[in-house]
Design a binder for this molecule. Sequence first.
Ligand code: NAP
Length: 277
Amino acid sequence: MTRRVLLLAHPAGHSLSPAMHEAAFAALGIDASYRAVDVPPEGLERAVAELRDPEVAGANVTVPHKRAVIPWLDGLTEAARRVGAVNTIVPTEAGLIGDNTDAHGFLRGLAELGVDPSGQRCVVLGAGGAARAVAVALLGAGAQVALSNRTEARARELAADLEGIGQVAVLAPGALEQAVRGAHLLVQATSAGMQGVAEGVSPLPPGVVPDDGAVVDLVYRPAETPLLAAARRAGRRTQNGLPMLVHQGALAFERWFGRPAPVEVMRRAALEALSAD
Ligand code: NAP
């Protein structure tokens, strides 16, 4: 039986996940396909019900369904509960379980950069889904987390929401520059710099980068945002969003198939798909 893995999205185009997972199936000789499906919000309940077909090995969930999917599932992992969102669905004997591999994927990416966030001063820019996953990951790893967002009220809401997990400081605009300069790690988790959304835009004034810390920008289209370029020119360790993307996919693969993912095959496929864009 050919197994199927689906990505529930809206719109469905432009994801790197089909290329990454199809390459993994081919490399390991797994008889399966990975397809992105356009699911409008009113079709979500039905799309989830269809995942109960025995041919379905699992699913990914992305914008705008990561939170909305929760009521249609039979259970959540601790990771999904902490992040408050689902990016991976695993069919089990107990039904469809919602998981979240973004936070763990982010930490695996950090490890590639040689950064151990435990006890480190980390500044996270943003207050959306990505910033939330990163903040949860960093708190879980024992980091000190400070948050800054264009709309400060959203940063305060997120910090309040994460109180049960750990203490998150919210930076007022006037305190941001000094906090960034003194950070061991800066994570850019806004859409600033993203192709087609805010390309060329930096969320920080020119030249403001950590004096000595590393910089991760979750954007991967383009491969280098203005912020990441400034950090690289200043001699900082930098990483774009591709390692997090590859590792969240690899972890999802491991949940569905119960075996190690071919991470380098998946990374190469994602890079090829990006360069063909
Ligand atoms: P989201 O929930 O829509 O949140 C968007 C965030 O970006 C908000 O904090 C928003 O601030 C901020 N923002 C938008 N435009 C901005 C601008 N021009 N200047 C400053 N801030 C701006 O989106 P998300 O899902 O968190 O995604 C955020 C970014 O992370 C995207 O670029 C996405 O591609 C990337 N991402 C990467 C991965 C990965 O695996 N590498 C995974 C998830 C997301 P306001 O609150 O003020 O609107």
